[in-house]
Design a protein around this ligand. Structure first.
Ligand SMILES: Nc1nc2c(ncn2[C@@H]2O[C@H](COP(=O)(O)OP(=O)(O)OP(=O)(O)O)[C@@H](O)[C@H]2O)c(=O)[nH]1
Ligand SMILES: [Mg+2]
Length: 177
């Protein structure tokens, strides 16, 4: 039987590895190495190939949860990991200089996969903002302007409940679809 899988993608430091760790019921297979170049200012390690975890969903089925690398130099993994995924979760690090531009990079790169399946969006690092609700408004407005009918949620990738909302929402959309 084909593996049921979803894929977390998005910018460097958005919390993809953290999200897979928050969700997974098995020890996460990680390919993080010590960060170099511009990533070093953000955090100690970065994903070079993938994160892999698993979680139980309804009917005793297992959902495979993959995280992609964020860095564009490892972008060849994006397509490989997304093949046959049920849907894509895009995480956006709101504390970066231009998170909407970041978001566009991933929407464009995963366009085909998103069109063939579906997507949900999670905005992370909102706790660093003075007014998180106001920050969220810029995403809602942007989605409306673009005609994107995808859910977008404020999330903290360190919190399982937050990340689970993304997964539940993606699975619910697939059932409806
Ligand atoms: N303050 C804060 N920290 C967060 C939030 N979400 C994630 N983090 C932290 O931000 C860092 C994100 O790191 P990773 O999970 O390695 O990010 P990644 O998206 O896998 O990054 P790459 O693999 O390098 O592309 C971790 O230290 C998380 O604990 C959030 O909402 N707020
Ligand atoms: Mg990572």
């Amino acid at each position: 039987m084909a593996q049921l899988k979803i894929v977390f993608t998005g910018t460097v430091g958005a919390g993809k590895t953290q999200a897979v760790e928050a969700l997974s019921e098995i020890p996460v297979l990680k390919t993080d190495v010590q960060a170099t170049d511009e990533v070093v200012d953000l955090k100690d390690s970065t994903t070079i190939a993938m994160d892999y975890g698993e979680m139980a969903i309804s009917d005793g089925e297992t959902l495979a949860v993959y995280g992609t690398p964020g860095q564009k130099r490892f972008a060849y993994m994006w397509d490989i990991l997304s093949r046959n995924a049920l849907g894509i979760v895009i995480l956006v690090n709101n504390s970066r200089k231009d998170p909407i531009e970041d978001l566009c990079v991933y929407v464009n790169n995963f366009k085909q996969h998103i069109e063939n399946t579906t997507a949900v969006f999670g905005v992370t690092h909102l706790d660093k903002a003075k007014n998180p609700a106001e920050e969220m408004n810029k995403y809602y407005t942007f989605f409306e302007q673009q005609g994107y009918h995808y859910p977008v949620f404020p999330v903290d990738a360190r919190k399982r409940n937050d990340v689970n909302v993304l997964v539940e929402s993606l699975l619910a959309m697939l059932e409806v679809g």
